[in-house]
Design a protein. Structure first.
Lengths: 477, 147
């Protein structure tokens, strides 16, 4: 280890869950190493052993309060693989509806509540104000729109299943509840406003980008692969599809990979400083096989969007680097907003499909094979549920490959890149540390369903020498 | 129209005091009073609040008076917040900033003694819930509330 100092950011604010960042300085006070520590341990893979596999779509949404639907979808699909059964069209439409609602809700939270304070109030503004409350004071209309957009996403879950989060309606074999005509009409009324709010969000981002081009294009910018689900023609997908890997030059490395074979092309390695592992694309090994998932990756790998307004925006997105994948992590925010637009458009299409109010939403089957893999795109990236069962249908083994975990190597690289650019250990500024936190916020990680602070949580940053002696302390709050 | 909101974690013993309180009041079916029970107060609740003249939040507390009922003002000092849960004071503050009109917001707290994992209420909290129910009923029927 270098004979230098260490900066610790604990906790990281305005993210989902608890994390810590450690920055190691060299003797000149410049950052030469960064670590993103995830200190939570959940244990779902272990304590679900012995449960009947069909219980999992009810249990696994409890992993997260922000993306429970993605877990329910992936889980139900894994169960249906074990049952060797498909779902009826109406059930798939309902699942897609709820899933899209969750995407909107999660992305709206990420952009309007967690990230817009930096764009609208400034990176170096008072941390006690640099949150949704500060946005509400200066930009009440934007705050209101962000709240209502998030609410729209939750309305979909509530009107179909009766609950906003940790829903119970997605089951192995389809759905246990349907959509009534009255509820369908009520949801359709939200579409115009939600599209307008997404458009306003895009304006906020683009205005910031236009006035801070270099900053945006170089923020946590580095080469990785990108992975995401795509349709059979390469279109953007969130609920189903096959996997595509793309490199930093825009070449497709692997395409139309079946998620059920994920172990053939994804491997993980543990690291000593975090409970999150380091996944990578197996054929290229580590670290060449490091890849990113989530909105930026999904839009990088997609050939087109499935809806017109979002597809128009995708063309502008891809034009930024002449058709090559965007590397700067800052563009996660742009990608997230485009996904909100496509989600709203798709919801409108589904609500106009006459099958969506059908009562034919469930099929019965029993265990017909030992293993099953289910895959979906959570707001933060690709999610895998893999179950092994005994002959009685009890779970013998569970493997969950979580979206945020797949971005772990990239998040570590991101904080290192940003810290090198903005942090000077000899002149430590709060705004610089906010930028390091923002590198993580680009990924909108979901470390667990935990609370996190909106800026007013007291934060103490210590600078330590190599012997652990405190040389300086910077406090906030 | 009055909205009565009890919130807390029903799996953390006395933390369910707010929910138990409002459920008992719900059983009395008082006209003009809508009752909701929830795990946490979310920012999305803000818009719903606009439909009511008065909102009473009921929650367990780890310290303070056994039972307290007070009015919240929009200018009150903010406490630490999270995006999963906003305190009533913060909801009041946000509501006044985002919407031009804001209902009168009150908070009723019930001091708990045990917040371990479990579903049972401690004996003293059972008594305090009765006091809280009486206080809220009295308030609703027009008894003066000391801010």
């Amino acid at each position: 280890m270098d004979n230098g100092k260490k900066i610790v950011i604990n906790p990281v604010t305005r993210i989902e869950g608890h994390a810590k960042i450690t920055l190691q300085l060299d003797p000149q006070g410049k950052v030469n190493q960064a670590r993103f520590h995830v200190n939570e341990f959940r244990g779902f893979e272990k304590f679900c052993e012995g449960r009947v596999f069909t219980e999992m779509p009810t249990i696994t949404p409890r992993i997260c309060g922000i993306c429970p639907v993605s877990h329910a979808v992936a889980s139900a699909k894994a169960c249906e693989a074990i049952m060797k059964v498909g779902v009826l069209p109406a059930a798939e439409l309902l699942r897609r509806l709820i899933h899209l609602g969750q995407i909107i809700s999660s992305h709206a939270l990420s952009f309007f509540h967690l990230s817009s304070p930096d764009f609208l109030l400034g990176w170096d503004s008072d941390p006690a104000q640099r949150n949704i409350l500060g946005v509400a004071e200066k930009f009440p209309d934007i705050a209101k729109r962000g709240i209502r957009l998030r609410k729209f996403g939750q309305e979909i879950s509530e009107r179909i299943t009766g609950k906003k989060i940790h829903i119970l309606g997605i089951v192995a074999g389809g759905m246990s509840c349907g959509l009534q005509e009255e509820q369908r009409k009520a949801l359709a009324e939200w579409i115009p406003e939600s599209l307008e709010t997404a458009r306003i969000g895009l304006e906020i981002f683009k205005r910031y980008y236009e006035s801070h081009r270099e900053e945006v294009e170089t923020f946590a910018s580095f080469e990785t692969l990108y992975m995401g689900l795509v349709g059979e023609n390469g279109e953007h997908e969130l609920y189903d599809g096959k996997l595509r890997f793309m490199n930093g030059e825009g070449s497709i490395v692997a395409d139309q990979l079946s998620p059920e074979n994920y172990l053939d092309f994804i491997a993980e390695r543990p690291v000593e400083w975090s409970y999150l592992k380091y996944p990578y694309y197996k054929p290229l090994g580590f670290p060449q096989g490091v890849y990113r998932v989530g909105p930026l990756a999904r839009l990088n790998v997609a050939s087109k969007m499935r809806t017109p307004l979002a597809d128009q925006e995708l063309k502008k997105f891809k034009a930024i680097r002449g058709g090559k994948p965007l590397r700067s992590s800052f563009f996660y925010h742009y990608a997230r907003l485009i996904e909100i637009i496509t989600a709203v458009e798709l919801i409108g299409q589904i609500l106009n499909d006459p099958r969506v109010t059908s009562n034919e939403i469930f099929v019965k089957a029993r265990r017909n094979q030992e293993q099953g893999v289910g895959c979906s795109e959570a707001p933060r990236g690709t999610l895998f549920h893999h179950y092994w069962t005994d002959e009685g249908g009890a779970l013998a083994k569970v493997n969950l490959l979580i979206a945020t975990g797949q971005n772990n190597p990239a998040m570590n690289q991101s904080i290192l890149e940003v810290a090198k650019q903005y942090v000077d250990g000899n002149d430590l500024k709060e705004g610089a540390l906010n930028r390091v936190e923002a590198a993580i916020r680009c990924y909108d990680p979901c470390l667990s369903c935990s609370t996190h602070a909106i800026g007013s949580m007291p934060l103490s940053i210590e600078i330590l020498d190599a012997a652990g002696k405190i040389l300086n302390v910077v406090k906030r709050g | 129209m009055i909205l009565l909101v009890g919130y807390g974690n029903v799996l953390r013993c006395d933390d369910s005091a707010g929910i138990v309180t409002v459920e008992r009041i719900a059983g009395k079916r008082i006209p003009g009073v809508e009752v909701r029970a929830m795990h946490q107060l979310h920012v999305e609740l803000l818009e719903d609040l606009q439909r009511y003249e008065r909102v009473i939040f009921v929650d367990a507390a780890s310290d303070g008076e056994a039972v307290a009922l007070r009015k919240v003002n929009s200018g009150e000092k903010r406490e630490a917040a999270s995006s999963h849960h906003l305190a009533p004071e913060l909801l009041c503050s946000l509501a006044s900033k985002i919407w031009s009109q804001c209902p009168q917001i009150y908070v009723c707290t019930i001091r708990g003694s045990c917040f371990d994992f479990g579903t049972q209420l401690s004996p003293e909290v059972e008594e305090q819930i009765d006091q809280a129910v009486a206080a809220i009923e009295g308030f609703i029927s027009g008894v003066e509330c000391h801010a």
